[in-house]
Design a protein around this ligand. Sequence first.
Ligand SMILES: [Fe+2]
Length: 235
Amino acid sequence: MVLDMHTHILPGIDDGSRHTGDSIEMLGMEVKQGITHIVFTPHFYAQKVSVEKFLSRREHSSVHLKEKLQDTKLDLQLYCGAEVYYFPGIGKADMLPQLCIEGTDIVLLEMPFAQWDKQMVDDVRKIIEKQRLTVVLAHVERFIGFQKDKSAWDEMMKLPLYTQLNGECFLHWRSRRFGLKHLQERDNQVLLGSDCHNLTSRQPNLQEARDIIRKKLGADTLEEIDALGKDLLHI
Ligand SMILES: [Fe+2]
């Protein structure tokens, strides 16, 4: 089981794939790269759209894509989820369970691209402790550069949550160093996602990333990542 935890493959719903044909091609690339399980995680911005509208758009898009997929021989397990953008008060937002990855209690949470603060940490803590949901912080490598003051980051990383790294993180030397260190420090609590949006500038790229992880940290690390994905998706 090899999971792509973070994708924008569902067509016509966010800034990801625009056409079903592109989505099918992206799924084909995933299969070629050895991916067996994919979570669709279109952006959800609470300020822009209601949960009801988001879920109905996602349903429409996924039904349409799955219909077209039947004409292909692609063998994939697909899950609907969301990439939920943080907002103040999200810790108490009772709509959050509806945005979990289907069949799970997992929220893929995108934090602000800014200095994190105590309120953000408290909100995430409430999601975990009061709402009893499982938090996966999306592409954490993209936030570290904003943390001039690391105290909120450090507090966040002490919470019982999981983090997700993008494949992209391992393809450039500077972020690769962060990614490899993060994998080692957060032993068995990290997932990978391609965060693919299209067929050009942001393609599915987990194979390349996984090859680098295997080479630098060994096959055991990949096995742990895959085992965690399996565990979280109840497979
Ligand atoms: Fe994303």
